[in-house]
Design a protein around this ligand. Sequence first.
Ligand code: PLP
Length: 436
Amino acid sequence: MKREQSEQLYKQALEHIVGGVNSPSRSFKAVGGGAPVFMNKAKGAYFWDVDGNQYIDYLAAYGPIITGHAHPHITKAIQTAAENGTLYGTPTELEITLAKMLKQAIPSMDKVRFVNSGTEAVMTTIRVARAYTGRTKIIKFAGCYHGHSDLVLVAAGSGPSTLGIPDSAGIPNTIAQEVITVPFNDINALKQALERWGEETAAVMIEPIVGNFGMVMPREGYLEQLCQLTRQYGALVIYDEVISAFRFHYGGAQTYGAFPSAEAIEPDLTAMGKIIGGGLPIGAYGGRKHIMEQVAPLGPAYQAGTMAGNPASISAGIACLEVLKQPGTYEHLDRLGAMLEAGIEAASKLAGIPMTVNRICGALSTHFCDHPVTNYEEAKDTDGEQFAQFFRLMLNQGINLAPSKFEAWFLTTEHTVQDVERTIHAAEASLKEIAR
Ligand code: PLP
């Protein structure tokens, strides 16, 4: 597969855009480097690059594109919004409509506020939790990504209850000292952290179903225990549902049928993004009324946004949820997900390349290892070189995956059985090649 135009454009991009990309995850650094593919058209489950090559897309723009690219219902909603003016700086009825839809699907949110990205949503939930509790520390989980604001770009120390160290230059140690990182799925580690820091902790922040070191479910009872322990110390539970909201069913991870009691795992605050904007920039956060009333103009926690709740993003979000609400949507995603999972597992066995596939509905992750992946350490302990080889072999057969061993594959409502069959054939050929 020739990609000369992409290579040319990458050279130009490097001259004008830092690193040639507008988000580091788009670079091919984690898969051996070189020019990323420059796409110029996307429709349904497919991408076309500037050299005219076609790809089946499993990146789904890192998650938002669950109804496929350029879905007609969403496109129409965006067109209408554009004709009516894209930004007012005043309230609109559309915002009420989307807020009501979110609240209906995720009842732990009495009140919602729209922002422009997942990063902003998460960042603000932390501010609100700090304002509400009058405390400063945050406990988070190794490998969970919560956007790029200072507090959540802090890595684990060497033990479960150590204070954090910055994950990025430009974050002062004083900020990192406010963050404690513990391993996911290890309730004792959280217990120890709370015993030591609980009285100073404003919130425990978690991806209730992880999407950032592969797709990882919490162990049975883990979220229940987490909520109970956190509240014992008077701290708030924040769920980062930026990936998980509307991913596995019409609702959040917190209302997903896989958990026996939605009440027992209910968070105090929830952050969302991605899917709820139907492919346009969005974020939202929400929670119980008495907590959300901390937010300006009602309360002392300030948060604002020129673009927040703009009619284009909100219209796309409403349209996207309308599509997802159609009967059979998640059954389709689950069916294709199961097919893909089985096909990849069979291909890995056939080639003799050990792989662990984690799947939840239409989202799955492929790990080159012979052990389960239930936390970040296990996700790191996988063969990155084999993944890089797999990624490139798949790309050259027209299958577009995310260029990182930690990222998930996302199916969309537009993928077909034929697309999945083609993908499985490509995986068989790729794994056979890796085994040579
Ligand atoms: N939270 C989670 C769980 C995410 O996966 C991401 C992005 O991938 C974010 C927050 C940040 O969202 P955004 O990139 O919209 O700022």
